[in-house]
Design a protein around this ligand. Structure first.
Ligand SMILES: [Fe+2]
Ligand SMILES: [Fe+2]
Length: 295
């Protein structure tokens, strides 16, 4: 089914990314469809970003439902399932239709942003409740915040695309995604089996590198290199001319690809749902792609 799906997108404006070229999809793998390199058409970017973001929102809702069992949060669980249904339906609608025409671009992006806004409110409300103890679910406050920030970022991106602007600013891309990658690494560290000493250590060091990169000054980047040699910045030590952020982004993408395969094959012990592992892998892939397109 997935292979047929990929064929359906064999279109000159689009490129389909899988974990490995020519290999069958993993059991929990979803391909990522993005504009071809050098394509700046805002209608194509709006379609691929709306497709990507609505699937991500549907999965956030699913993860909330899984981590808020009815026994501890019945109302919130039901709301999560409703959001999951809304975004699954919207994703399918986008996935089944070609990119919008120029005339429909503003209406297309607005319709997606309008669906995301109530979900932002929900994430904010539940994040506050989990923080102050009125909600006792298995969702960390930082997971609510993280997914809220992602939703807010997609609304900003889609608003811009709706106005015909597909440009990705490097400073915006790096500020947003380095923080997201730092948080992903900490999520992974805290969802691994406590016996996975080595992977937990790598995950926490990776978080440290992205935290330094997020702060952004050359001093912080140098500090990341000094303090975490042999982790995600190995290539930087060997080649200081390398784009530090791109190198780190490609390395965390590689780490997440290996991790999701290990989780799927039960080689890695954790409570990480394989769908969550593939979700964070796709977000890393999007980071790498945006960084390469950014100016
Ligand atoms: Fe996400
Ligand atoms: Fe994320």
């Amino acid at each position: 089914m997935a292979t047929e799906k990929i064929k359906a997108y064999d279109h000159s404006d689009l490129i389909v990314y899988t974990r490995s070229i020519g290999q069958p999809l993993g059991p929990y793998e979803k391909p990522v469809i993005l504009p071809n390199k050098g394509n700046h058409n805002p209608t194509v970017h709006a379609w691929t970003d709306a497709r990507f973001a609505t699937d991500i929102m549907a999965e956030h809702a699913l993860f909330f439902a899984l981590l808020m069992p009815p026994e501890v949060a019945e109302k919130e669980h039901t709301e999560a399932l409703r959001f999951h249904k809304v975004f699954t339906k919207l994703f399918k609608k986008i996935d089944d239709t070609p990119p919008p025409k120029d005339n429909d671009l503003g209406a297309f992006t607005k319709a997606v942003v309008d669906e995301i806004k109530p979900f932002i409110e929900y994430k904010k409300r539940l994040g506050d409740a989990q923080r102050n103890g009125t909600l006792r679910s298995l969702v960390w406050p930082l997971f609510f915040d993280h997914t809220q920030h992602e939703a807010e970022r997609w609304t900003r991106r889609l608003d811009k695309l709706g106005k015909g602007n597909s440009k990705l600013q490097r400073s915006e891309v790096t500020t947003f995604w380095t923080n997201i990658m730092d948080e992903h690494a900490r999520f992974v560290a805290h969802l691994l089996d406590p016996d996975e000493f080595e992977l937990i250590d790598i995950a926490m060091k990776t978080s440290g590198v992205f935290s330094h990169l997020h702060k952004g000054s050359m001093g912080d980047i140098a500090s990341a290199i000094i303090h975490e040699p042999g982790t995600v910045i190995e290539s930087l030590v060997q080649n200081p001319e390398t784009d530090a952020i791109l190198s780190a982004a490609e390395t965390i993408l590689d780490f997440k690809t290996k991790a999701v395969r290990g989780i799927e094959a039960a080689r890695i012990k954790s409570i990480i749902d394989p769908r969550l592992a593939d979700h964070v892998r796709r977000e890393a892939l999007k980071f790498v792609d945006e960084l390469k397109r950014s100016v």
